[in-house]
Design a binder for this molecule. Sequence first.
Ligand code: ADP
Ligand code: MG
Length: 578
Amino acid sequence: MPVRGGRWGSFWELRARQLQRQLQAKEERIVELETENALLHLKLAESREVTGRDHRAETPRRGYSSSALTRLRRAAQKLKREMEALQSSSRGLLQSYREEHRDCLSEIVRAIQTAQLHHEALLAAWPAEAGRLERSLRDVTERWRREQRERRRLQEALAELKGNIRVHCRIRPLLPFDDEAQEPVSQNSSLSGGVVHAVDDETVLVDCTRPGHPLINKTYTFERVYSPAESQRVVFEDVCPLLTSFLDGYNVCIMAYGQTGSGKSFTMLGPHRQEEPAPPSEPHGDAGIIPRAAGELFRLISEDASRSPEVDISIVEVYNNDIFDLLANDSCQVASGVKRQVLTTQQGKKAVCGLTYQSVRSAAEFLTLVGRGLQLRAKQPTAVHAESSRSHLVITVTLAAAASPRGPGGRPSTPAPRSDRSASTEPCRPGPRSPATGRRQSLPVPRRTRGRGLGRAAPDPLGQVHATLQLVDLAGSECVGVSGVTGPALRETSCINRSLAALSDVLGALAEGRGHIPYRNSRLTHLLQDALGGDAKLQVIVCVSPGQRHVTETLQSLGFGARARQVERGHPAPRKLR
Ligand code: ADP
Ligand code: MG
């Protein structure tokens, strides 16, 4: 019977083999003794025969041979005794062998039974044990998730107190155009893979070993890092809480930064040539932050219509360092970008004067206007990207609503009629609507009081809170040599690069707590001054290409993100001592 049962099985197998060997030795010994017995029998028979013959032949000489006879008899008796002793010892051996064999067998049977019992017990216990382990793994995973959420919440609270700019980094997937126009040295397919990796959801690694170039092995940490596989939905889920903040009266700005072709427009808007904006209630799988935000905003509004919120939007682009109003119609009522100027209101806030604000009551209306604005946005194919945006797009959503019960005023109040509300304003925020066009012209920004840091807007004397949400799709920084642009496009590129450098300088000055922040070095930074240096919750999404070809721009973008994270607007940073 085969012995199973692991440790027990092998022990009894050894023991059985040992006993087998002993048994074999004993059997051999018995055979030897039996052979000796046979020989002795033979000798005895021979002796008897000789004795008989001698007796017969020498009867006459009886006296002479009696001593010999006695000797022979003694020898025969001795042999007989020896034979009997041998027989009894072989019987003893046989007996002890039988007993040992029996003991062995019963030991083996017992061992097999024990092994079987163990095996059955194991079989019975295994599913329960596996289930227990699975449950504890689930518990640990759930605890880990909870801790991670809690850590994020605390980080978020800390960021809010410090007035930090939240920076997320998104690595887009490798795309066919990442391989085009590779330098000869990197045509080797093993070199053309991604060099930017999401190590975990907070760390990005740039690991580039290009022959003839310095080795790069750098990591950067951000509030969140998205790997190429992470979807638009996941990216939106992380910025979604900012929409609740907006409805609570916070100013919010969400901005995508990165090199041309790194996925900024994809992240903010969605894929190009998306014929119709997807229904906001069930956004297209690839819809970006803007269409999803529109859907979410109106969903949240519908949940608490008692605050009578009014939502207006304006769309501008900053192109060649000029601001164009993409919702304005020209004198013939044809939609065309109209140049505008940034002004400073009496409260020191930045506003674009004469800007067209369009009231929107649903996500669909919102997206129709965005689609219209996008048609006017400047685009130009480059060697890096066929649909490269040549301007910075800024969509501003303004909200006027009765103070939220969660707001600093704390009391839900009845909103004043629209006409009364406009009476308490100064130039430049959405003004009264033209009955003919439904558009508003800008009116002054209402006087409001704010605390330091990322404060919520306090209600105005009419119990209204006003907040702005800016959604910014920046034009991409680019290296002229790589993008292959010439002529007017070269001027565009230079303007884009200069405005992005100005943005970087502003963040650098804010991070270092300098006395002078160079907002006015570019229209872009001037326009975004309140979001950058003010009390808005600012979310930057740094988009990077994973390809080796773009590694220089990628490092620049990651450096920008790292610098943005150092800005603390909640507490004035200490001035640098000379
Ligand atoms: P940018 O606005 O930074 O110049 P785009 O957003 O236009 O770049 O993206 C360039 C190309 O890469 C587009 O064809 C876009 O569809 C594609 N793309 C960007 N990000 C992703 C992504 N996460 N997944 C799939 N395709 C992407
Ligand atoms: Mg773009």
